[in-house]
Design a protein around this ligand. Structure first.
Ligand code: SF4
Length: 77
């Protein structure tokens, strides 16, 4: 899963930090959101999805990983 932040849209509500402080942080200077890290465990995916859903400014976008290919296509005989 990839997480993108649009700091131009962030209104510094702090909701994401309150709900997932191990993932999100706010800049000490301007209060805008930032990520503490860029890799996430599958167990954190629900928190990431919720953060994107609840952000009042639409500043968080989560992109699901694409499923791995199913291997080589079957060939006819
Ligand atoms: S919830 Fe949204 S608006 Fe609030 S700090 Fe996080 S990214 Fe910014």
């Amino acid at each position: 899963m990839k997480v993108s932040l649009d700091r131009d849209r962030c209104c510094s509500s702090g909701l994401c930090v309150s709900n997932a402080p191990e993932i999100f942080d706010q800049d000490d200077h301007d209060g805008l959101v930032r990520l503490r890290r860029t890799t996430f465990q599958p167990s954190e995916y629900p928190d990431l999805r919720l953060a994107a859903e609840l952000c009042p400014c639409g500043a968080i976008t989560v992109t699901e990983d694409t499923a791995p290919a199913d291997g080589p296509a079957a060939t006819g005989s």
